[in-house]
Structures are given as structure tokens and as C-alpha cells.
Design a protein around this ligand. Structure first.
Ligand SMILES: C[S@@+](CC[C@H](N)C(=O)[O-])C[C@H]1O[C@@H](n2cnc3c(N)ncnc32)[C@H](O)[C@@H]1O
Length: 819
């Protein structure tokens, strides 16, 4: 048995409260900390440095209350529960994988606004149910981007009440002293407390001992979630209480075990993948199948059977499309007994078969009351058996392994072990199908990609597989949770076929009139006059009792088969009236006998005697009424079983919802990483935009200052294109010239300088062409004006390509300074 000790403790990340307050506020800070629940386990991280006064007062409060420990945060420090973290000044703090990362604040980003945003945005990858933001600023300016995005992700956000503040979804507007209590409630309703790990270990140990399950192989957070779910259903509040209850009640442990392995599955799950599998693997496989050896497929975590039946349908269709008799065997296994029971029966609700294309549903299922039963002809291709894919040796000589949605629940080492087993079982060139959220972590060199999107691989023929790292433990003996070995599995080599055909010929000649039927209900042969009780089969390779035997014999044979499966079997006789060909009723005696086939499973021999008046039919030993009663009681049992199945289906549906979440969680991790990267880029862009805005503001200020200086000196300017179009007029000049509206875009002649300056347009053109400055003076609006016209050198910043380029001119005006 593997050890639980050394098992990873559940990594329930501490609940994190990001807390911001401006340095001039003390009371809200003290009110918040004074109201913290005793022994609070949150990690509280200040998003900005505190003032000395705030720090001194906070220390006092924490000292008095015996509250969380105060620490300066530093790079590499891991987030721990029950701590208050303070950031150093001017540092940019981020949280990555629950550890702090500090870096110098980039130039221009030393303002609290940027630093708080950076920290808050780094929390976006965390579980929002374990992350909250408390903003105690009088006006929430710093980190607005951060807490908007965290709020959208579902993290609780708390603000102080203030006038005119629009309340947003997910934001709690509260007095600081009330925030901790509401926050505590917001944090409720999650999985285990980190300090519950000892009790959780105890539960895992109980499971491992009782159920012979290698518990440490599975991801602890998945187990913790499943245990928490069952614990809540059992109305326990803590792992400790639940562990106590489990220790006292083995049935409760079995119930938990049954719950633990997520059995979510479905017909045609990821239907595009099934389509790809069909075209890229199944059809070519069927085309190259030699017709002797059946194709062998293993489904190592088949759950309630839908995946195995889906593959069976697609294979049957592929064989039919190729015009050949179906010749394949699917070995479908799982660890969970209750799932295998459902799979074996092959009875599904309407909702479950909805994903099967309608024509295939009608072809391969039969309506039974409100449910659909897999037709026996399809069922007969599949052997369901109990098998621990991590411990039991793999099936061998496999053409395809469909191992979907098991790896995601396993830790890396058992994942690698399972993949090695699968590789060992596959023949060279055999195919491997994984689940949509699963990837290969090793043995990459032993496999080549058939279709990456479908997670479809092929075992390379030229690579030696690595040894299979089987755990050092005995196979479980007499495990009550295990099903018996596969029921009937007669695999015939070609030579055996020849021998059997010989036997067949002998039997047809000498055997008494009889039918030979497998325990699965397949009619293996019929001899002598019994052939009149067998319908024509049109060359189908599988002949079930239902398909080929006379209707009047169906019930007694079904009863006999049930007895045979249950064993021990006692020979018995039935006499029936049978309507033979031509409508003539006749009496038939059936003698049911079990044939022992030396370990290959029992067969049913039905010896047939016709009561035609020549051969007297002996009186039956068992009254048919008694048999019918027996049969009816079996039907009642079947109905009860169906009822149990319905209950399980309900649980299955619930699990489907939950575990879709589990699988989503796995693929979400990738998405979250991408999301974080996106946010970082986005954040960078926001910062750049802000920097550009700040620069623009600075330039604006600078320009205003410059204009004020020019004005004081009695100087103004106009930028004009070579064509005489005005591009810019300095502000004070515009005032002096009484320009009511913006002159930009107007012709220079419209500047309104007066008749002394009529030559100005021509002068502008001359200067632009000759690149030599010129001077003008005269009476203008508001008095005498001196004007110098300079050629513009270099491209215009406003229009680097256009007509205001280096060909333009600048008019510099000078007017007498005022008193
Ligand atoms: C999510 S279901 C996957 C069902 C199906 N393969 C599919 O993808 O639709 C996972 C199954 O793995 C089974 N399982 C878990 N551990 C196993 C093990 N060690 N050996 C065999 N089956 C296992 C569970 O019982 C459960 O039925």
C-alpha cells in the first residue's frame, strides 16, 4: 500500500486581502483592524507604504488584539495566513505563484496609482473567492483599474461610503469597522482550511486502507474538493468531524470512495475528436485489418461505458462502410464498480443518448420504456472489467487505447506510469487518444502526433518503450470492490479456427438436435432439426438469441441464461407450444444444460426434442408456471435495478456538472496564464498611454510657459505652409490681432494685418522658395508691427509629410512692449 505521509498537503491558498489607504488617514485603518475576527487567517497586504504615524498606531492595535503578525515583504517571501505585509517605499510589488516579487518602480511609474494597479493586477490569476480588495482611501483613486478588473473576475471589493459614488456590481460600500465581518461571510463557502490538512490526511488514509486505492496518485486539490462536497452533503462542518464520522462507519467510507472518482462521461464526447479518430485512425485500421485477428481497443477509464459504446458504434460503422463483417473487441475497464455496473447493463436515459446521431441511435439502441438499451449485437463486442490502470498490468497487443480524462486527475509520477503502461500495451503503430485537456509529459519520443488538436498520437515502431514503473505492491486479493475477471473471452488464432471448423462439421453430422449459446447470449451454433428454430442470419458475424432464435423460445432461453450467469446451474427442462413454419403449432421439449469449457466460461446447451407424436415428450420436471413466476420475479428485480440506475443517473448528472468544472479548471489554468500575460501587456499599454498623456500635459505646460515669455518680450509667431495656409498662431498674437476664431487652415491673406501688409502672401512664397529671410513693418491692429519671415527648417511636427513640411515659413512678429 502506498503511503499517505509525504502526501502534498492541500494547497488551499490563504485568503488574501489587498488593503489600500492614503497616508493621511488613520481612523479608518484602526477601525478596520480593530474589527478583525479573532485568530483571523487572512493574509493582509498593504498596497502602498504607510506613514510613520499609521504604522505606530497599527502596531498598537495589533499588539493589543494579538492579531496577525506584521512583516515587511521581500522578494521570494511566500504568502502565509495570519500575516500583515507592508511594502517598502518606491518598490513595485507583484504576487507570482503566491510569492512576492519586488522590483524598482519603472521611471515615471513611482506614483501610488501605478504601483497599486501593478500589485492588484498581479492577483488576477488567483482564485477570486480567496482574494478581496479593501480600499480605505477617502477617494478611491489609486488602483482603480486593478480593483475594477478583480471585481469583474468575482473578487469582493469594499469601499468606504462617500457622496455621489456610483455603486458597482460586486462592490460593498461599508464603514471600515463593518468590513471584516462582511468580508468573513464573503470568504465562506469554499473548500478546506489549510490547517485542516491533518484531518484530511486521516480521511485519505482511511480511504486508502479500506478501498485499496493508491490515493497519493491523485491531485490533492481534486480530492479535497470531492471530500468537501461529500462532507457538506453529510452535513459536517469540518474535516475533523467528518474524519471522526468516517472512522466509525465503513459504509460512509465506501460512499465517499464511490464519490471520489469523477465518472463524468458521455456518448460522442467531443464529437469533432471522434470524427477525427474515425477518419484518421479507425477507417485506416479497419481497411488494414486482416479479417482473422479482431482489432483490439482498450478504454482504461471507461466510467459508465459511453466512451466504449461510442467507439463500438464507430467501428461497426467503419466495418459496414468497408463492406466487411465487424471484427473487433473493446476491453473497457475502470476502477469504480458502480460505474461498471451501469456500463455492463448498457441502459441509458433519453438525455444521455441525445448526443448520439439519430440514425445511429435508432440502429444501435432499442427503446426500453423511458430508456435506451444498447443492442446486444453491439454490446457483444465489449468486455467490461474492473482494472486499476495504475497498478494492474495493461492489456496487450492493442491497436488503439482511448485514455481520456484520467491523466488530468493524476500527479506527474502516476501520469508517467500510466502512459508507460499504455505504451507497453500498444502494438507498434497503435494509436493513443487522450482527453482534450491532457498533454504528454514524457515518452514524447515514443509517440508521433497524428492530430495535435484531437490529442491523437501513434506509437512509433522504431522506439523501444521505457520500462513500465509498476509500484512495488501485490495485486489486491479478494478485493470486494473488484469485479470478477472478464466474463467470456474466446480469442481464436487462425489454426484454432481450422480445428473448430472440423469439430463443427462433425457436430452437424452427429450431434443431437440442439442450440449452443454463450453466457452473453450469442448463438454459437445449432445442430440437426433445431435449425428450424433459427432464423436466417444474412451472414452477420454476431448472432444473438434475440436476433436469430424463434420468438417462442426467447423467454425460456433468457431465463436459462440468467441462471447460467448467476450459477450454479442445474439442468432443467421446459415444454412449449411453438408455431413452426407454415403456421403448424407443435410441442417442443427444451433441455437446458451448462457446458463447462475449461476456464473459458460456461456455455448453454439447449437440447431440442420435437413432440411430433412419434417421439413422446416426457412430462416436464418443472411446472412452466413456476418458471414464469421465477422469470417475473427476475423482471421485478430488473425494475428495481433500473430504479437504482436512475438514482445513479441523477448523481451522474450532478457530477457531470461538477466535473465539467474540474476539467475546465485544468484547461483554465492555461487560459489563466494567457489571461495574466494579456493583462500584463494591457497594463503596460495603459501605463504607456498614461505616460504619453503626462508627456503631452508637460509639453502643454511648457508651451504655455514659453508663450508667456514670448508675450512678455512682445513677440508672437505664425507657422505658414509654402502655399500660404496658416498652421499655428501663438496665443498672445491671436489676442493682439483680435482673431475671434481659430485661423488654422485659413489663407495668410485672411490674417487681417491691414494694407501695410498686403504683400505678405507674396513674401511668404518668395521666402519659402529662396530660403532667405525677409522683413516687413507697418501699422497693424493695435499699433506698429515688425515682422520677419524665416524659412522653416526641417519637417513640420504637425504635418511631417504634408504641405506644412520643410517648405513652409515662420512669421515672427514683434510689437512694442507695453508700459
Ligand atoms: C472523468 S471519467 C472519464 C471517462 C471517460 N474516459 C471519458 O473521458 O468520458 C474518469 C474515470 O477514471 C476512473 N479512474 C480513476 N482512477 C482510475 C484508475 N486508477 N484505474 C482505472 N480507472 C480509474 C474513474 O472511476 C472515472 O470513471
Amino acid at each position: 500500500m502506498s503511503k499517505v505521509s509525504g502526501l502534498q498537503k492541500p494547497q488551499g491558498a490563504p485568503r488574501l486581502v489587498a488593503l489600500g489607504i492614503s497616508t493621511d488617514e488613520v481612523d479608518p485603518l484602526l477601525a478596520f483592524f480593530a474589527a478583525l475576527p479573532p485568530q483571523v487567517t487572512w493574509a493582509i497586504v498593504f498596497t502602498k507604504p504607510l506613514s510613520l504615524v499609521q504604522l505606530a498606531r497599527l502596531k498598537e492595535v495589533l499588539h493589543k488584539s494579538g492579531g496577525p503578525i506584521l512583516e515587511w515583504l521581500s522578494t521570494g517571501m511566500r504568502l502565509a495566513p495570519g500575516r500583515v505585509y507592508l511594502p517598502p517605499r518606491h518598490a513595485c510589488v507583484e504576487l507570482a505563484d503566491e510569492a512576492f516579487v519586488l522590483s524598482p518602480a519603472p521611471e515615471g511609474e513611482t506614483k501610488p496609482m501605478h504601483l497599486v494597479d501593478t500589485f492588484l493586477l498581479s492577483l488576477l490569476g488567483r482564485d477570486p473567492a480567496r482574494t478581496a480588495v479593501v480600499c480605505l482611501d477617502r477617494v478611491p483613486l489609486d488602483g482603480v483599474l486593478g480593483f475594477q478588473q478583480l471585481g469583474e473576475a468575482g473578487a469582493p471589493i469594499f469601499l468606504r461610503p462617500r457622496q455621489g459614488l456610483a455603486r458597482r456590481k460586486g462592490q460593498g460600500v461599508l464603514e471600515p469597522g463593518r468590513m471584516p465581518a462582511v468580508l468573513a461571510r464573503a470568504f465562506e463557502g469554499e473548500t478546506a482550511e489549510p490547517d485542516d490538512s491533518a484531518a484530511l490526511d486521516r480521511i485519505l488514509g482511511l480511504l486508502e486502507r479500506t478501498c485499496h486505492m493508491e490515493i497519493s496518485a491523485y491531485k490533492t486539490d481534486m480530492l479535497a474538493r470531492r471530500i468537501t462536497r461529500r462532507m457538506r452533503l453529510r452535513r459536517h462542518d469540518s474535516f475533523y468531524d467528518y474524519a471522526e464520522a468516517l472512522a466509525a462507519d465503513p459504509a460512509a467510507v465506501a460512499e465517499l470512495y464511490d464519490d471520489l472518482l469523477i465518472g463524468v462521461t458521455g456518448f460522442y464526447r467531443d464529437s469533432e475528436v471522434i470524427q477525427t479518430l474515425r477518419t484518421k485512425v479507425l477507417d485506416p485500421m479497419v481497411a488494414s485489418c486482416d479479417g482473422q485477428k479482431p482489432l483490439r481497443i482498450w478504454v482504461p477509464a471507461c466510467a459508465t461505458g459511453e466512451e466504449a459504446y461510442t467507439l463500438a458504434i464507430e467501428l461497426a460503422e467503419s466495418f459496414e462502410a468497408a463492406g466487411r463483417a465487424p471484427n473487433f473487441r473493446i476491453l473497457a475497464s475502470d476502477l469504480r464498480q458502480s460505474s461498471l455496473d451501469v456500463a455492463s447493463v448498457g441502459l441509458y436515459d433519453v438525455g444521455a443518448v441525445e448526443t448520439v446521431p439519430e440514425v445511429l441511435r435508432d440502429k444501435y439502441f432499442q427503446r426500453v420504456g423511458g430508456q435506451y438499451a444498447v443492442r446486444k449485437s453491439l454490446r457483444a463486442h465489449i468486455v467490461f472489467s474492473s482494472h486499476d490502470a495504475l497498478v494492474d498490468p495493461p492489456f496487450l497487443q492493442l491497436d488503439l487505447v482511448s485514455c481520456r480524462n484520467l491523466l488530468i486527475y493524476l500527479n506527474p509520477e502516476p501520469q508517467a506510469r500510466l502512459l508507460s503502461m499504455v505504451l507497453f500495451g500498444l502494438r507498434a503503430d497503435g494509436a493513443l487518444l487522450l482527453g482534450q485537456s491532457e498533454t504528454l509529459i514524457r515518452d514524447q519520443d515514443a509517440l508521433e502526433v497524428i492530430d495535435r488538436g484531437a490529442r491523437l498520437f501513434r506509437k512509433r515502431g522504431d522506439v523501444q518503450p521505457r520500462p513500465v514503473p509498476l509500484p512495488e505492491q501485490d495485486l489486491p486479493q479478494g478485493d470486494p470492490l473488484k469485479l470478477q475477471r472478464p466474463r467470456l473471452g474466446i480469442g481464436l488464432a487462425h489454426r484454432d479456427h481450422v480445428v473448430l471448423n472440423g469439430f463443427d462439421a462433425v457436430l452437424r453430422r452427429y450431434a443431437p438436435s440442439s442450440l449452443l449459446i454463450s453466457a452473453e447470449g450469442e448463438v454459437l451454433g445449432w445442430f440437426g432439426a433445431a435449425s428450424v428454430l433459427v432464423r436466417k442470419t444474412d451472414g452477420a458475424s454476431l448472432r444473438t438469441v434475440e436476433d436469430v432464435v424463434h420468438d417462442d423460445l426467447q423467454i425460456p432461453i433468457t431465463v436459462a441464461l440468467e441462471k447460467l450467469r448467476e450459477g450454479p446451474f442445474e439442468t432443467f427442462v421446459r415444454v412449449l407450444k411453438v408455431e413452426l413454419a407454415g403456421g403448424a403449432p407443435g410441442r417442443v421439449q427444451l433441455r437446458f444444460e451448462a457446458l463447462d469449457t475449461a476456464g473459458a466460461g460456461p456455455l448453454l446447451l439447449v437440447a431440442v426434442t420435437f413432440g411430433d407424436g412419434q417421439t413422446p415428450v416426457p412430462t416436464p420436471q418443472t411446472a412452466p408456471e413456476a418458471e414464469d413466476a421465477l422469470f417475473l420475479s427476475r423482471r421485478v428485480q430488473e425494475l428495481e435495478r433500473d430504479l437504482r440506475l436512475t438514482e445513479r443517473t441523477l448523481q451522474h448528472v450532478t457530477e457531470r456538472l461538477e466535473a465539467t468544472g474540474e476539467e475546465l479548471l485544468a484547461s483554465n489554468q492555461e487560459l489563466q496564464m494567457a489571461n495574466r500575460a494579456l493583462h500584463r501587456d494591457n497594463h503596460g499599454l495603459n501605463h504607456s498611454n498614461a505616460a504619453i498623456r503626462a508627456q503631452a500635459e508637460d509639453i502643454g505646460l511648457y508651451a504655455n510657459g514659453l508663450e508667456a515669455v514670448l508675450d512678455a518680450l512682445g513677440i508672437g509667431f505664425v507657422v505658414v505652409s509654402a502655399q500660404g495656409v496658416i498652421h499655428r498662431v501663438s496665443a498672445q498674437l491671436a489676442v493682439r490681432l483680435n482673431l475671434a476664431s481659430a485661423p488654422e487652415g485659413l489663407d495668410i491673406a485672411r490674417l487681417g494685418l491691414g494694407p501695410d501688409f498686403d504683400a505678405l502672401p507674396q513674401v511668404v512664397q518668395d521666402v519659402a522658395r529662396s530660403k532667405r529671410p525677409a522683413e516687413l513693418s507697418g501699422e497693424g491692429p493695435g499699433g506698429t508691427l515688425w515682422l520677419r519671415v524665416f524659412p522653416q527648417i526641417g519637417p513640420s511636427p504637425r504635418d511631417p509629410q504634408g504641405d506644412a513640411g520643410g517648405d513652409g515659413v515662420v512669421l515672427v512678429f514683434h510689437w512694442p512692449r507695453g508700459p
